[in-house]
Design a protein around this ligand. Structure first.
Ligand code: SF4
Length: 68
């Protein structure tokens, strides 16, 4: 079954760090690159990831269907 995974539009990310604060097992702010990264797309329940998506001030995190 296909899973949904979060992806970050790194061009739009303003590196606020909120996604890491909400889901530290999924997102990490990479200060040298100046944006956050997905370190483990299944590192938190989807509900928790959805909170990070909803709170992202740049609205640059979205769900993408993962290939099997
Ligand atoms: S919450 Fe959004 S803008 Fe902030 S670091 Fe995460 S992806 Fe970037």
């Amino acid at each position: 079954m296909a899973k949904n995974i979060p992806v970050i539009d790194t061009e739009a990310c303003i590196a606020c760090g909120n996604c890491e604060a909400v889901c530290p097992g999924v997102f990490r702010l990479n200060e040298s690159l100046g944006h956050s990264e997905v370190i483990n797309p299944t590192g938190a329940p989807e509900d928790q990831i959805q909170i990070a998506i909803d709170q992202c001030p740049a609205q640059c995190i979205s769900w993408q269907e993962a290939a099997d």
